[in-house]
Every structure is written in structure tokens, then in C-alpha cells.
Design a protein around this ligand. Structure first.
Ligand code: C2O
Length: 579
């Protein structure tokens, strides 16, 4: 008997056995492999009477939904038909041991070049809810983004009332010009970037902008039903308040983790965050139409456009189209800099943490880290004029005063292929604490210059980590939505002013802290997070305000392999793009 025959004979037996098992216990078939193709291609889009040839996935804007169930394996073949290099990041997907499919350019992969293809391959484990995918190179995510919808396993239900319909709501920003020109100009001059021309709800600015009333998102609902809104903030540079006139929302999930439900009329959501809310419609057909409105939350020097994106919540009666000319009701939103509202709102998030969805918060900490996050300056190159905060400087941003320099090759490939020496691509001495401590939220130091380098933190597998993220007042205290790739972390504490390591830990919530992948570091305050370093690979961490990322508010972690085979970073796929 030759080996091939033996092999197929074995698989036949496996197949037959499998068939019987499936017929007898159909509920065992819970996970499948889902195949997607993402063609990155040009698309003509007109908003505010400006037509642009934007970048899209499959000619859709916003991009197509990626739908899967918890437990499913997802294969997305990305084909680059545009002239820019591109990568796609599956924001919030844990990517356990599959860092090659994470997507940040020059961190876990070289970008996909024109006419090249790369297949992202990952399994969704232990997550359900809403996430999103977006381009992860320069500012291409301005138009390359779309929802990731993770349904519960087939035999599982939601821990809340089953919705009648589920509707993604994506916030974005529209630029009348090419966003790449905006960021390139900002980096050249060292000044703040030009602001976008509109915020959008599902790609549409709404009726309050010039030449836009036909581009309004309309949510048509029936009375007395339960809707699940899957809300995603894909805006580049703005945290947003959001409210629907005369309707209370019940927040049930954050960053693909269930939370203890709470009611609110207004939500606030940072770029990089996603949240599911339940909207119960009025029991009877109402005599008005309801506006849903977003508005930026801006602190510090943050530049913003103070315009108002709006959509419409419209009731329709059975088999009838919506009644026209009903009066509009408008929600009231907090002031643009209402940090107290934001702080009170974020404190309401607690993990559901029940017996079905238990959480595992690190109680003991192996490694304590303290990172300052904030703005700073770089020198203006000789014989040029710059438009930074002072006339001979450029804007910069940093973590522990290091402004992270992206290499021109993939960090994770260097790590995988060259180990400790890593071919000189990066250094592993990122400081655990600020090198020059100061009164972080008091008077800033005279010297605000940042260091430029490619330094990483190295963690042993399964280290329990506590990280304090401390905002600084350099060039103005500002809220920073910090996003960690490859992980969800527990937000165990937050406060204003300087973190006090003697006093503050006693108030940490180790019982039901919310578990997220993106947390807003309060303007002029701090946040404490904990996680187990149980995912080997190289993981990017950065402010999800793209201008801050571009200025260097980013760093990366190396998590070493564990002893077991399922605790090791998998070998790179054969189609991994080359630089
Ligand atoms: Cu949503 Cu590194 O990004």
C-alpha cells in the first residue's frame, strides 16, 4: 500500500465519520471559513458638489460589510488595483498567533504594491459584536473602511432582546481634496493639517451642509420595534458625540465585548471605537421626524471643523412609505469641549462579566509601565520655514517623549527572521517610564523637543501588564484615543491630573472593568489598563487620531513566543508582500 493511498483512505474514514457526526449532531457545525475578495479600486464620488476619484473596496463607499460568526475563519484576498501601496487592518480582531494578518504597514507587513495580492487569514475567537476594517498606511483609511459584523455562534443568542433589524452606522470624514495631499502638506510644513470638509454618517454629510441635502442617511423604522445600531467611529481625527432626538439608546456592547447595558440619550465615541446600542422605536406612529446628529468633541489644540453631520430617523407605517413634511425634532448635544460629559459617560462602561461571559482581569502585575502621551516639537530643517507651534519648529507627538519612526521594512519580519539582532531595524529599549519626569499636567517643560527612534518594549509570553497612559499638557492637554493591536485590555482606572501610584490603585476596578481595544486617555488626565501578554508577535499601539499617529504618537510591543505550539507566532504566509 503506498502512502498516498493510505492517506486518502484515512481521510475517507475521517470524512465518513465527520458526516455521521454532523448528521447526528448538527449543532456541532458552528464554525465555517468565509471567503472575501477586496478589490482596492478607484471610485468617483460626489459630495458637497465636489467630485473626487476616491479609493474604495469593490467600488463601495463606505466599504462592504465583512460578516462572520464567532469561531469562523476569515480569508480576505486583497487585490491592489490602485497606484498607492495599501494594507488593510482588521481593527480589534485579536489575531491570536496570526500577526501577519494584522495589517499595519511596516509593523507586521510590507504594503501590498500595485497589482499585487495578499490574503489575510484569521480566526475570530472569543469576540462578538461590531468592529471595523480600514486601510493602515498613511491616511488611506479616510475612504477605505467598512464594518466587521461578528454574530454570535449559531447556537448562541444575544444577552439582550433580539433585534428586529441591525443597522451599521459609520462616522467618517469627507475631504473635498485628496487626504494624502493634506497629510503630506502638514508633514512638510510642520503645521496642523487642513480640516476635513464634512463629517459623514454612512458616507453622507446630511442636510446642514451646502449642496448636500440629497446626501442624507435615512433610517426608516417601524413603530414598536427593537433595532440594533452598530456604531463605528471611522473618522480620521475627531471624537464624536451622537444623539437621536427624543430617543433613548441602550448601550450593550463595546469593541466586540458585551457590557452591562445602560441607557443614555447621547453617546461619545472616539476614532477606533465601536459600540452596539439598542434603539426602541415609539409604540405608535409619531407626528414628527427625528434628526440624528453628531458633533466633534475637541480638547486642547485639536483643529476641527465645527460643522454638523445629520441623518434622519423616519417612521413608516406598515406597507406605506414615510409621511412627508412632518416637523423635525433636533437633539441637544454637549458643548464641543465638554470633558465632564465624556468622563461621566466612559465611567458607565462595565464588562457584562457574567457566568456565560466571564472575564479574566490580571490581579497581580508582573510588569508596570508608565507612558506619557502627548504633543511636542521637532526642529525645522535648516533653510526652511515651518508652520509648527513656533516658527522654527514642527509639530510632533510622542510616547515617553519618543516619536516612533516607522522603518521602510516590516518590523515583524525583521524580528521573525533575525531575532535579537533584527538586522538593526529597531531597538528593544523603549523606556518603561519617562526619562525626564515633570509635572505632566502642570506647566510644561521649556524644552518640548521629542526624540525620534524605533524603540519597542519586549514582553515574555503571558506577562501580566499594567500600563498607565498619562496625558501631558505640552501644547495643550488633549484627549488621545489609544489603540492597541492584537489585544483587548481592561480599563481598570482613570482620573484627571497626574497619576498617583500611591493613591490611585486603591480605586481600581478589578471586578467588572470594561474590556476594549481603544481607550480615550482623558484630556489632562490618565487611564490605567491591564492585560495578559498572551498573543505572540509584534503589536502596534498608537493614538487613533491619524494626525497624532502621523506625528509619531505610536510605538510597538514584541510579545515573545510561549512554550506550547499554539503559543507561537505562526510562520509568515508565502504571499506576504515584499518591500
Ligand atoms: Cu484602527 Cu492601528 O488602527
Amino acid at each position: 500500500m503506498n502512502l498516498t493511498y493510505f492517506h486518502s483512505f484515512q481521510s475517507l474514514k475521517v470524512l465518513l465519520f465527520g458526516f455521521c457526526v454532523i448528521t447526528l449532531f448538527p449543532e456541532l457545525v458552528v464554525s465555517i471559513t468565509r471567503h472575501y475578495t477586496f478589490n482596492i479600486e478607484y471610485l468617483n464620488v460626489t459630495r458637497l458638489c465636489h467630485t473626487r476619484n476616491i479609493l474604495s473596496v469593490n467600488g463601495k463607499f463606505p466599504g462592504p460589510r465583512l460578516v462572520a460568526r464567532e469561531g469562523d475563519r476569515v480569508l480576505v484576498k486583497v487585490v491592489n488595483h490602485i497606484s498607492n501601496n495599501v494594507t488593510i487592518h482588521w481593527h480589534g480582531i485579536r489575531q491570536k498567533t496570526t500577526g501577519w494578518s494584522d495589517g499595519p504597514a511596516y509593523v507586521t507587513q510590507c504594503p501590498i504594491q500595485t497589482n499585487q495580492t495578499y490574503t489575510y487569514n484569521f480566526t475570530i475567537t472569543g469576540q462578538r459584536g461590531t468592529l471595523f476594517w480600514h486601510a493602515h498606511i498613511s491616511w488611506l483609511r479616510a475612504t477605505l473602511y467598512g464594518p466587521i459584523i461578528i454574530l454570535p455562534k449559531k447556537n448562541e443568542s444575544y444577552p439582550f432582546e433580539k433585534p428586529y433589524r441591525e443597522i451599521p452606522i459609520l462616522f467618517g470624514e469627507w475631504f473635498n481634496v485628496d487626504p494624502e495631499a493634506v497629510i503630506n502638506q502638514a508633514l512638510q510644513t510642520g503645521g496642523g493639517p487642513n480640516v476635513s470638509d464634512a463629517y459623514t454618517i454612512n458616507g453622507l454629510p446630511g442636510p446642514f451642509y451646502n449642496c448636500s441635502s440629497k446626501d442624507t442617511f435615512k433610517l426608516k423604522v417601524k413603530p414598536n420595534k427593537t433595532y440594533l445600531l452598530r456604531i463605528i467611529n471611522a473618522a480620521l481625527n475627531e471624537e464624536l458625540f451622537f444623539s437621536i432626538a427624543n430617543h433613548t439608546l441602550t448601550v450593550v456592547e463595546a469593541d466586540a465585548r458585551y457590557i452591562k447595558p445602560f441607557n443614555t440619550d447621547i453617546i461619545v465615541i472616539t476614532p477606533g471605537q465601536t459600540t452596539n446600542v439598542i434603539l426602541k422605536t415609539k409604540p405608535y406612529f409619531p407626528n414628527s421626524t427625528f434628526l440624528m446628529i453628531a458633533r466633534p468633541y475637541v480638547t486642547g489644540l485639536g483643529t476641527f471643523d465645527n460643522s454638523t453631520p445629520a441623518g434622519i430617523l423616519q417612521y413608516k407605517q406598515q406597507h406605506k412609505s414615510p409621511t412627508k413634511n412632518l416637523p423635525f425634532l433636533k437633539p441637544t448635544l454637549p458643548f464641543i469641549n465638554d470633558t465632564n460629559f465624556v468622563s461621566n459617560f466612559t465611567r458607565k462602561f462595565k464588562s457584562l462579566a457574567n457566568s456565560k461571559f466571564p472575564i479574566n482581569v490580571p490581579k497581580k502585575v508582573d510588569k508596570k509601565l508608565f507612558f506619557t502621551v502627548g504633543l511636542g516639537t521637532s526642529p525645522c530643517p535648516e533653510n526652511t520655514t515651518c508652520q509648527g507651534p513656533t516658527n522654527n519648529t514642527k509639530f510632533a507627538a510622542s510616547v515617553n517623549n519618543y516619536s516612533f519612526v516607522l522603518p521602510s521594512v516590516s518590523i515583524m519580519e525583521s524580528y521573525y527572521n533575525f531575532g535579537n539582532s533584527n538586522n538593526g531595524v529597531y531597538k528593544t529599549d523603549f523606556p518603561d517610564n519617562p526619562l525626564n519626569p515633570f509635572n505632566y499636567t502642570g506647566t510644561p517643560p521649556n524644552n518640548t523637543m521629542v526624540n525620534n527612534d524605533t524603540k519597542l518594549v519586549v514582553l515574555k509570553f503571558n506577562t501580566s501588564v499594567e500600563l498607565i497612559l498619562q496625558d501631558t499638557s505640552i501644547l495643550g492637554a488633549e484627549s488621545h484615543p489609544l489603540h492597541l493591536h492584537g489585544y483587548d485590555f481592561f480599563v481598570v482606572g482613570q482620573g484627571f491630573g497626574n497619576y498617583d501610584s500611591n493613591k490611585d490603585p486603591s480605586n481600581f476596578n478589578l471586578f467588572d472593568p470594561v474590556e476594549r481595544n481603544t481607550v480615550g486617555v482623558p484630556a489632562g488626565g490618565w487611564v490605567a489598563i491591564r492585560f495578559f501578554a498572551d498573543n505572540p508577535g509584534v503589536w502596534f499601539m498608537h493614538c487613533h487620531l491619524d494626525i497624532h499617529t502621523s506625528w509619531g504618537l505610536r510605538m510597538a510591543w514584541i510579545v515573545l513566543d510561549g512554550p506550547e505550539s499554539n503559543q507561537k507566532l505562526q510562520p509568515p504566509p508565502s504571499d506576504l508582500p515584499k518591500c
